[in-house]
Design a protein around this ligand. Structure first.
Ligand SMILES: [Zn+2]
Length: 389
């Protein structure tokens, strides 16, 4: 609505400008010939036909040094309104004029490149942005747009190259993003079983950003795959020491390895310690899965109760019911409640099925699984597990 109003005001002022310009500078004959454009345009605006007013504007206002800003502003407004074809027409119309200065030509090129991105014409957008970089104009937005284009194309090597150029141009570190580009390459290598290459990509990711949790988790996964269990445990613990918020990404690996090694007790001890640092109900759920004695399960129940006093969220209730079901199989006191608990569990599973458990700490985007690049704000590594989404 705001864009439409701005567009109408812009056109009205331009039509007024045409009238004024010709009234002052041209012959009486020109005034007579141009006045109808103004009145026709005004008539289109008043009769709520902005499209016709816009077409009239494009036809009647020549691209010159004086009018180029208006053309650029109009093209921009069209793109923001989602009318990309019209924006492209306007920006192509500007570029077709040979008498532009290099800066004006570059400004139109940047706009047209953005139009192509909005229209999904990625190859054309890429070429225009590369041309801008060769010309040495608008380096920062051109590199930022190219980075976005290569991310869309999942061309991680090009992303790395552009990130390095962007860091040189802006002085802003691109190391977090670059580490994720290496992780993307590591994941692609894992898919085709190029495990040595995958390992090397995780090393490069950590050289870029030694705190990259994703790279550490990938190392844990790779170590687990090659049955180097002790190394895998160390990597999982390293990831959690750095950020205990990623427990959901380590839980199944840690449990599987410790069961494989018959070292459940060691994991239980570690998880109790971890829970003192991070009150994540998933840790209680993991403990409930590992503990076998009725007394220990009763202790975990108390921890759950304390947790629920402070945070009543659906997922914790769901985990709590899972614990009660396990207790009901161990204790005669609970045996009668087992059927009822299972009914509650099924109902909770249904309700929690589409529960969004992950949230971006920067823009608040919510999802039911972990994205390493936020689909909302496009930042890397900003999404975390949150039981109370
Ligand atoms: Zn975000």
């Amino acid at each position: 609505m705001y864009d439409l109003l701005a567009l109408l005001l812009l056109i009205a002022s331009v039509l007024g400008w045409i009238l004024g310009r010709y009234s002052k500078t041209e012959s009486q004959q020109s005034v007579i010939s141009q006045k109808p454009i103004y009145f026709r345009g005004l008539n289109f605006l008043l009769s709520e036909q902005p499209d016709k007013a816009i077409d009239l504007f494009i036809e009647s206002l020549e691209v010159t040094a004086e009018t180029i800003e208006t053309h650029l502003a109009l093209g921009n407004l069209f793109r923001r309104r989602g009318e990309v074809e019209r924006a492209i027409k306007i920006h192509q119309n500007i570029i077709a004029h040979a008498d532009l200065t290099a800066t004006q030509y570059a400004a139109a090129l940047l706009e047209l490149g953005q139009d192509y991105m909005s229209a999904g014409l990625i190859d054309r957008a890429e070429n225009l942005h590369l041309e801008l970089i060769n010309m040495g104009f608008y380096l920062k937005p051109a590199l930022q747009n190219l980075k976005e284009i290569y991310q869309q194309e999942k061309d991680w090597e090009k992303c790395l190259k552009i990130a390095s150029q962007l860091s040189n141009v802006t002085g802003q570190s691109q190391k977090i993003d670059s580490a994720h580009y290496y992780c993307e390459q590591a994941e692609e290598a894992i898919k085709i079983y190029y495990l040595t290459d995958a390992w090397s990509f995780t090393e490069q990711a950590l050289q870029m950003d030694p705190t990259c949790i994703r790279a550490i988790l990938l190392k844990a996964k790779l170590a687990q795959q090659r049955r180097d269990y002790n190394a895998a445990i160390q990597y999982y613990k390293q990831a959690l020491a750095q950020n205990p918020n990623f427990f959901s990404e380590t839980a199944s690996g840690l449990i599987a390895i410790h069961k494989q090694l018959n070292q459940e007790e060691a994991l239980i001890e570690y998880l109790y310690e971890l829970y003192t640092i991070q009150h994540d109900p998933q840790i209680l759920l993991a403990l409930a899965e590992l503990e076998t004695s009725e007394k220990k399960l009763a202790d975990i129940e108390l921890l759950f109760q304390a947790h629920l006093h402070e945070h009543t969220d659906l997922l914790t209730v769901k985990y709590f019911i899972a614990l009660l079901i396990k207790r009901s199989t161990k204790s005669k006191n609970f045996a009668n409640s087992q059927e009822l608990l299972k009914i509650i569990q099924q109902a909770l599973d249904q309700v929690a099925k589409d529960q969004q458990k992950y949230r971006c700490v920067k823009c608040g985007f919510m999802s039911n699984h972990l994205h390493w690049q936020c689909p909302g704000c496009k930042r890397w590594g900003t999404i975390r597990f949150s039981a109370d989404c």
